[in-house]
Design a protein around this ligand. Structure first.
Ligand code: SF4
Length: 361
């Protein structure tokens, strides 16, 4: 397969494993931030073939996993309203709220629809002017530009029946929360290449300096990850801090400047609770006051919705790199993709789903 096979070459992988082995003299704990990277690492068994000294821990970069329970409960409350067409990407429909999920609301007769793009939701608002269409806007800096564009498009169309439930989260504050925690184990990061394709990596340099860690912007194919790990190990072994870019075929330091300008136009940073982790200051995107008409939380009275978390789920500790999915007492028994207790077992980017899917039960 052109453009993919090149990044899955067995011979190149063997060379990189050998280079990592040669470079490693001490134990190191490295966190890959993105759930997509976690899935590649587990699917190809890369973590098991690394030297014993290298521990990979799985970060908070799964958008579905970090969406706060309270926000899912708000989504459910909005989706139950008869005038609403509630739209979302597929994974979000199955994530458990405090009592139920969006798929169950749909089964009860709620008008909940899966869409592939926020612009599909805008089109629904055009097609059904007597209904109100809400799009559940979750995700990191990667998905935020498309959602900002949808809001701008809805305003250009003068739609008054479209809004978003924004639960966007930002990577750099989460990295700082992990590194600044007294129980932190992470010594180096593989940063998510697609986030950096939008935002660049200029934001990461002060973090690397402040916490004295190496950060390697890394892609998603097996060889990307092996090369990213090799670069991180070299930096760790040589005592170098800073940011290096493994994913140069997609990422430049300044990122996608027009996309960043659009994000600043539509959104402003706000404090955001992360599921299983807690509130991280200025780690989310809320709508700017000029776009308040498109804010579903202002349009619908859901501020009083409160949530109660499962006491069993250790997702927060997993996403902070303190534990692994198979440390969870209910992993693969009471918590499976068919009957998930927590979000990381539901999402296609969740660490628990990766461990389950690829036989780490
Ligand atoms: S296995 Fe299930 S309950 Fe345990 S941490 Fe993962 S999602 Fe939570």
């Amino acid at each position: 397969m052109k453009y993919v096979d090149e990044y899955r070459s067995e011979a190149s992988a063997r060379q990189l494993f050998a280079a990592i082995r040669d470079a490693t003299t001490r134990p190191w704990t490295i966190m890959e931030i993105c759930g997509g990277q976690t899935h590649t690492l587990i699917k190809f068994g890369i973590d098991n073939m690394l030297p014993d000294e290298i521990t990979l821990v799985h970060g908070p970069g799964c958008p579905v996993c970090v969406t706060p329970l309270e926000m899912i409960d708000k989504a459910i409350a909005i989706a139950r309203r008869p005038e609403v067409i509630f739209t979302s990407f597929g994974d979000m429909l199955r994530v458990p709220g405090s009592d139920t999920d969006l798929l169950a609301v749909k089964a009860e007769g709620g008008d909940v629809r899966m869409v592939y793009s926020p612009l599909d939701a805008v089109r629904l608002a055009q097609r059904y002017p007597d209904r109100h269409v809400v799009f559940f806007a979750v995700g990191f800096e990667t998905t935020a530009p498309a959602n900002a564009m949808a809001v701008r498009h809805a305003r250009a169309l003068e739609l008054t029946n479209f809004s978003i439930l924004s639960s966007h989260v930002l990577v750099p504050p989460a990295m700082e929360a992990i590194l600044g925690s007294p129980d932190n184990l992470v010594q180096g990061f593989l940063a998510a290449g697609h986030v950096c394709a939008v935002m660049g990596y200029w934001e990461y340099e002060p973090i690397a300096e402040r916490y004295k860690v190496p950060i390697v912007v890394t892609g998603f194919e097996p060889l990307d990850l092996l090369q990213g790990i090799y670069m991180a190990v070299r930096m760790l072994e040589e005592g170098r801090v800073g940011v290096e870019n493994q994913y140069a075929r997609a990422v430049v330091k300044e990122g996608n400047v027009p996309a960043q300008a659009m994000l600043r136009e539509v959104f402003r940073p706000c404090d955001r609770p992360w599921r299983g982790i807690g509130i991280i200051p200025l780690s989310g995107f809320g709508l700017n006051p000029e776009y308040a008409a498109f804010d579903a939380t202002l349009r619908f009275d859901v501020e009083t919705v409160t949530a109660s978390e499962s006491e069993i789920c250790i997702a927060g500790e997993i996403m902070r790199g303190l534990r692994k999915p198979n440390d969870c007492p209910v992993f693969g028994t009471d918590c499976t993709p068919e009957h998930p207790v927590g979000a990381p077992m539901v999402s296609s980017e969740g660490a628990c789903a990766a461990y389950y899917q690829y036989g780490r039960v």
